[in-house]
Design a binder for this molecule. Structure first.
Ligand SMILES: Cc1cc2nc3c(=O)[nH]c(=O)nc-3n(C[C@H](O)[C@H](O)[C@H](O)COP(=O)(O)O)c2cc1C
Length: 189
C-alpha cells in the first residue's frame, strides 16, 4: 500500500492542472489499497530562511510533517513562460529544507503538465525534472504526459474524461505506484 502526495502547480480555481491532480486521485482510489493527500501551495509562505519572520508557520509545519509520510509524489504543473510557477518552486524549496534528510530526498516523483495550448505546457517538464532532481527526488522515467487543449477535455465534474488523457494518466499512476513499491522511502525516514 502506498501513500501518494498530490500537488497542482496552479492556484487558479478552474485550473486544468488541478483537474489532472483530481483525475489522478480518482484513478488511485479506484486502484484500491492506496491513500492520497493534496499538498496545497497556499500552505507555503514566501520562502525565507529566517523562518521566525514568516507568518503561518503552524500550517507550514503540519504540511511538511504530512508530506514526510508520502511514498511518492505526483505533480501536474502549468508552464509560465517555459518555467514552473513561482508558487510551485517556493513550495519545493520549503520541502527541500534539511538537505539530504528532507522529505524530498529519494522520493519517487511523477510529473505531468496541462495547458489550454496544443503543447500542453510540455516545455515546463525538463525544468521541473531538474528542480526535483536537485532536491534529491527520483524523477520517474515515463512517456511524457502533457495535456493540450485541456479545458475542453474535462467532464462536468471538472475531471478529465477524454480516453486518451485518462489512459496517459492511468499509465503514469501505475508507474508511480510501482516506483513507490520498489522504493519504500517513507518507512526509511
Ligand atoms: C504569465 C503566463 C505565462 C504563460 N506561459 C505559458 C507557456 O510558456 N506555455 C504554455 O503552454 N502556457 C503558458 N501560459 C498559459 C497557461 O498554460 C494557462 O494559463 C494555464 O491554464 C495555467 O494552468 P492552470 O489552468 O492549471 O491554472 C502562460 C500563462 C501565464 C499567465
Amino acid at each position: 500500500m502506498a501513500r501518494i502526495a498530490l500537488m497542482s502547480g496552479s492556484l487558479r480555481r478552474e485550473s486544468v492542472n488541478s483537474s489532472a491532480v483530481a483525475t489522478v486521485q480518482r484513478i488511485i482510489e479506484r486502484r484500491g489499497g492506496h491513500t492520497t493527500f493534496r499538498v496545497p501551495l497556499r500552505n507555503f509562505p514566501l520562502f525565507d530562511e529566517d523562518t521566525e519572520r514568516v507568518g503561518g508557520m503552524s500550517r507550514l509545519w503540519s504540511t511538511l510533517e504530512q508530506f514526510s509520510t508520502a511514498d511518492a509524489l505526483f505533480i501536474s504543473s502549468p508552464s509560465y513562460n517555459g518555467y514552473p510557477p513561482g508558487v510551485l518552486k517556493n513550495a519545493l524549496d520549503w520541502l527541500s529544507l534539511g538537505g539530504g534528510n528532507s522529505p524530498l530526498t529519494g522520493i519517487p516523483a511523477a510529473i505531468a503538465s496541462a495547458s489550454p495550448g496544443r503543447a500542453g505546457g510540455a516545455n515546463v517538464q525538463p525544468h521541473l525534472r531538474l528542480i526535483l532532481a536537485n532536491c534529491g527526488a527520483r524523477v520517474i522515467e515515463h512517456e511524457e504526459v502533457a495535456i493540450g487543449n485541456a479545458p475542453r477535455l474535462r467532464g462536468p465534474d471538472g475531471l478529465f474524461v477524454e480516453p486518451g488523457v485518462v489512459g496517459h494518466l492511468e499509465r503514469l499512476v501505475d508507474a508511480t505506484l510501482a516506483a513507490a513499491a520498489a522504493t519504500p522511502v517513507a518507512q526509511s525516514r
